[in-house]
Design a protein around this ligand. Sequence first.
Ligand code: PRP
Length: 178
Amino acid sequence: MDRRVGRILISRDEIAARVTELGEAIGRDYAGRAPVLVGVLKGAVVFTADLLRAIPMPAAMDFMAVSSYGSGTRSSGVVRLTADLSLSIEGRDVIIVEDVIDSGRTISYLRRNLATRHPRSLALCGLLDKVSRREVEVDVDYVGFVIPDEFVVGYGLDYDGRHRELPDLAVLEPAVPA
Ligand code: PRP
């Protein structure tokens, strides 16, 4: 089914204000330390770049890619690593940065995977949390927005590779019949 970009759920100004608050909270919690932000490709790229600049201390940035089998607007729940970090995180304070936490399976896998590498600490920052969709329990240390179970695009989030460039977060809706 074709889909179209509908109403704005969270505007660029609301996003910017919340990212500033998240950066300040991380700055307080990690005072005197230099955390490593681990962004999860591809959806979290935009958020990770903004969060890095909102944190008032030196912070490193790296990325991982994971793939959940399946397509469309739902993940299948089977997760595999498709691109790994370029940095060692042993002894480092790591903050995983996700765009959306849905079933929780991706982040559960990543937390387990990264914990085996002996970081000093491991935290999670998610821009959007669809708590009503949770299948696996996860601790989210920093949450941008709790949102309802709607498919959201923009600010790095895509539908079938499209709409990542939109500056606001918008709801994807069914196409209007011609
Ligand atoms: C999204 C999102 C998370 C995952 C969350 O990634 O970025 O990684 O799904 O879902 P879960 O909690 O049910 O595991 P997506 O597969 O859309 O890939 P992308 O980031 O490359 O767009």
